[in-house]
Design a protein around this ligand. Sequence first.
Ligand code: ATP
Ligand code: MG
Length: 400
Amino acid sequence: MQSLSKPFQEALHVIETIEKSGHQAYFVGGCVRDLLLEREVGDIDITTSAKPYEIQAIFDEVIPVGIEHGTVIVRHNHVSYEVTTFRVEGKYSDNRHPDSVAFIDKIEEDLARRDFTINALAMDKTGKIIDLFNGTSDLHDKIIRTVGNGKERLKEDPLRILRAIRFSSQLGFEIDSNTLEAIILVKPWIEELAVERITVELQKLFGGKNVVPALNYMVDLGIEQHLPVFNKYHVLPKLINKIKPLSSLSELICLIHQLEPDAELKQIAKELKCSNKTLKEALKLNEAIEYYQVNGVDNWLVYLLLPNFHDSFIRLALILSTSNIDYKDLKERIDFLVITSKKDLEIDGNDIIEIFPTIRKGPWIQDIISKIEKQVVQGKIENKKSILKDWIRWNPPEVE
Ligand code: ATP
Ligand code: MG
C-alpha cells in the first residue's frame, strides 16, 4: 500500500465525495507515477465513473473545461483538480482530437487508452495501486513503453512520440526497444499534428534534467526532420554539445537564433506558434545576450533584464559563452540599480517639452528620455531633476 503524501490527502475529500454519490473515483496518471518515483507531484488528476453533469451536481465549484471529452475542474480549498470520466477514445483522424469519446463504467479500459505503462497507473483512496500493464515494474526499470501495440498506439496519436522523448528527458528513463521501432515507423505522422501540441512537448523536453540524452534520441531517431523550425535549421547537433535544461520557450527561441543566426526570432516564434509574450521575452533575452557579447556585465545589462530575466540570461550565457560569466556580480548589481524603470526618472516628457517649447512634439522626446535612462542607469548622471534638466539643455534634440 502506498502512503499518501500531502497533496493526495488534500484531494481525498474530492474522491470521497464522488464515492458517496455512488461512483468510483481514483487518482490517475502522472500524479501516481510521480508519487511512486518520489518526485514532486504536479497536478492531481482524478478519473471517475461519474459523468461530467453528475460531478457538476455534487460539487459547488466546477469549471467545465472540456465537458465533451469528459473533463471538468473541481475546485476544493483553492486547489484545482482535473476530474475526467472513464472513457475510451475514437480515432484521431485529424491527429489533433479524438473524433469521439465514449464514456464507460470500468476503469480498466480507461487505463488501456493511456499512452505509457508508467502513466497508466491509478490509485484508490487507501493507497492501493491499480497496475494492469506492469507500470510499476517499468517505473522500477526506468522504461518508457507504450500500453499495447506501439505502432497502433503511436499512430492513433503521434504526439505520443514526442511525449516518450519528453518523459525520458524529465525522468531520465530509456525508451523500450519495441517502442523505439514503432517510433521510427510512425514518425512522419508528427507533421500532421497541431503545432501548439508539439511546442508544449518541446518546451517540457528542453526543460528536463536529462535533455542531452533526450536530444540524442531526437537525432538518432531522425525526429528533427519532422518538426517545425528544427527541420529547417539544423541546430540540434550544435545544441547537443552545449545544452543545459531550459526553463522557458523564450530561452529556447533565443538559443536557436544565437546558434543559427539565419533563424530570426520572429520566424521561430511564428513557426512554433508561440504567444506574443513569449516572443517579447525572447527578444528581450536576445537583446541582453547581444549587449553582453560586446559590453560584458554592467548595470545596463542588469537593468535590461528587469524584472526577472536574470536567471534565464545566466543560463543562456553559460550555454553560449566560452568565457565564464560573473553571475554573482550580475545578481548583486540588481539591488543597487538607481532606477528600475523609466517611471523612476525624475523628469518626464512634459519637462522636456517645457525646455524646448518651440519644437514640434515627436519621437525626439522619447529619444531624449532613452538617452537619459541609459546615463542614469550607468551612473553617469544623477537622477535629480535640476541635473537632468541641465543635461537636456546641453544635449538638445537634433530636429528642426
Ligand atoms: P505532467 O507531469 O507533464 O503533467 P502527466 O503524465 O500528468 O505529466 P499530462 O499531459 O498531464 O501528463 O496527461 C495526464 C495523463 O493523461 C497522462 O499521465 C496519461 O495517462 C494521459 N495522457 C495524456 N496525454 C495523452 C496522450 N496523448 N495519449 C494517451 N494518454 C495521454
Ligand atoms: Mg499532468
